[in-house]
Design a protein around this ligand. Structure first.
Ligand SMILES: [Ca+2]
Length: 430
C-alpha cells in the first residue's frame, strides 16, 4: 500500500524529485542539461565543416547544411530558454546529479512523509561554557540555583557524519503514525495492559517552590497517542506524542517492511531513528560553528521560528507556563502543527522544528559524558537519548546541543515524539 514517488535512487532516478516545493522529473532535468546548447554552436561547428564544401560544386549541400544548422540553432536557443524556466523557481541543486534533494514517501490515504537529503559533513557537537552558563541562568529560563547535569559533554568538539542520508523534514505526525497503526494493528507501549504515559494534568495550577513541587505531567493510564490529554482536539498534522523509543523504532521498521519501498532503498540503507550525531548535524543545518540554536545565539531571533514555552495562555486559562521566558507568543502552549512556522522555522537544510515543539528520541543510548560520533549503546539499564526540547521547555532547554536520557525504552510522554531518517544500516543498532 505504500509507494515512493521516487522510483529509484542513484543516477537513474527518474521521477518524483521534490525540490523547493516543486516536483522535478530527474530525467527531464538531465534532458535540460543536454539541451543547454549555446548559440555559439553554429559558429564553432558550422564553419570548419563548411570549409570542406567548395561554394559552386556543393551549393545545394551547402544550403541544406545551412538550413539544418539554422534550425538546430533556433531549437537549441529555444530549449535553452525553456530549460531556465523551472530551474529559476527552484533552489540550485547542491547534490550530485541524480541524487534527490528530497524524498516523498506515500503512506496512502493522502498521507505523505518527506525526507531531506543531507550530504556528508561536520558539526561541532556540544556547547561552550558560555552557552551552558546562559542556559542554566535566568535568561535561559532556569530558576536561580538550577544545576544542569553536564549532559552536553565537554567543549564543543568536531564530529563527522561521513555518509549521506535522508532526514525527516518534520517530526512524524499523528496522521503518519495513524497510517502505520491502521496497516499493522500495532499497539503502543502506553496502550498495552498496564501501560501508561506521562500527560498534562489539567488540575495542575502552578509550581509551589516553597513547599513541594507538583509537576504538571504525571503518569496516566488510558491515555496514548490517540488521546494525549491535550484538552483540545487532536490534529493529524500535530507531531505524534506519547510514543516510546520502542514504538518509534517499530514505525521505522514498518517503513522498511514494505516491499514497494524496499525496492527503492539504496543498497545498505534503511529507515531508522537517526543517531545522536546525525540528529545534531541535521539540527545545526550545516553550520560548523558552535551556536545555541541553528540560526545563531540570539534568542530574540527565534521569534516566529520555534514552539517553546512562551507567553501563550494554557487552554481555557489566563495563565502561561510559569517558567516561560521567551517574551513573545508563538501561538501554542502545547504542540504546534509540524512546519507551522514555514520558511522561518526551517534551518539551513530546510528541516522544521528541530528545536522545540516535541523532544525527538534518537537511536543512541544516553551517555552522561556526552554524545558520540558513532552510535553509542550500553547493555544494561539503557536510556534512549532525546534531543531538541519541546513546547513546554524554556529557551535554555530547546537548543541544538540539549540532550536528555529517557527513563527507559518503553517510556512515553506527551512532550516526546520522533523523526525518522533513511541512513546506512548500522549492524550493532539496538
Ligand atoms: Ca522538535
Amino acid at each position: 500500500m505504500l509507494a515512493m514517488t521516487t522510483s529509484t535512487f542513484g543516477s537513474q532516478a527518474n521521477t518524483g524529485l521534490v525540490v523547493g516545493g516543486n516536483t522535478v522529473d530527474n530525467a527531464l532535468g538531465a534532458a535540460y542539461s543536454h539541451l543547454s546548447i549555446r548559440p555559439s554552436f553554429k559558429k564553432n561547428l558550422a564553419h570548419p565543416i563548411m570549409a570542406l564544401f567548395p561554394i559552386k560544386r556543393f551549393r545545394p549541400i551547402r544550403e541544406l547544411w545551412i538550413a539544418c544548422v539554422s534550425w538546430c540553432s533556433v531549437t537549441a536557443c529555444l530549449c535553452t530558454v525553456l530549460a531556465q524556466l523551472p530551474l529559476a523557481q527552484s533552489p540550485v541543486l547542491a547534490q550530485s546529479p541524480g541524487t534527490p534533494d528530497a524524498l516523498v514517501v506515500d503512506l496512502g490515504k493522502q498521507t505523505r512523509l518527506e525526507l531531506v537529503h543531507l550530504s556528508p559533513g561536520e558539526l561541532m557537537m556540544g556547547s561552550t561554557p558560555e552557552e551552558k552558563a546562559w542556559a542554566t541562568g535566568i535568561e535561559g529560563g532556569a530558576q536561580p540555583g538550577t544545576e544542569r547535569e553536564s549532559y552536553e559533554g565537554q567543549l564543543p568538539r568536531k564530529i563527522k557524519v561521513p555518509h549521506r542520508f535522508w532526514m525527516g523534514r518534520t517530526e512524524v505526525t499523528v496522521g503518519q503514525f495513524r497510517r502505520f497503526v491502521e496497516e499493522t494493528g500495532y499497539v503502543t507501549d502506553a496502550e498495552k495492559p498496564g501501560g501508561h504515559t506521562q500527560c498534562f494534568n489539567p488540575k495542575w495550577t502552578s509550581y509551589d517552590f516553597r513547599t513541594s513541587v507538583v509537576h504538571p505531567w504525571e503518569p496516566m493510564p488510558g491515555k496514548s497517542w490517540r488521546d494525549p490529554n491535550f484538552q483540545f482536539p487532536l490534529q493529524d498534522d500535530f507531531p505524534v506524542v506519547c510514543v516510546s523509543w520502542t514504538d518509534a523504532k517499530a514505525f521505522a521498521a514498518w517503513l522498511n517492511e514494505q516491499a514497494s519501498l524496499k525496492l527503492n532503498i539504496p543498497a545498505g540503507y534503511a529507515y531508522r531513528l537517526p543517531t545522536e550525531a546525525e540528529w545534531e548535524y541535521a539540527c545545526r543545518g550545516g553550520r560548523q560553528d558552535s551556536t545555541a540554536y541553528w540560526w545563531g545565539d540570539d534568542l530574540a531571533e527565534g521569534q516566529g521560528r520555534f514552539n517553546i514555552s512562551a507567553v501563550d495562555f494554557l487552554p481555557d486559562r489566563k495563565q502561561k507556563w510559569p517558567l516561560a521566558s521567551a517574551p513573545w507568543s508563538d501561538g501554542f502552549s502545547f504542540v504546534a502543527p509540524v512546519d507551522h512556522f514555514g520558511e522561518r522555522g526551517r534551518n539551513g537544510f530546510g528541516i522544521a522544528d528541530m528545536c522545540g515543539n516535541v523532544w525527538e528520541v534518537v537511536l543512541d543510548h544516553f551517555d552522561p559524558k556526552g554524545g558520540h560520533e558513532e552510535l553509542h549503546t550500553t547493555k544494561e539499564n539503557y536510556r534512549p537519548v532525546c534531543k531538541g526540547g519541546n513546547y513546554f521547555d524554556v529557551p535554555g532547554n530547546a537548543r541544538c546541543a540539549v540532550r536528555l536520557g529517557l527513563a527507559g525504552p518503553h517510556y512515553s510522554d506527551s512532550r516526546d515524539g520522533f523523526r525518522v531518517c533513511l541512513g546506512p544500516i548500522i549492524n550493532n543498532a539496538p
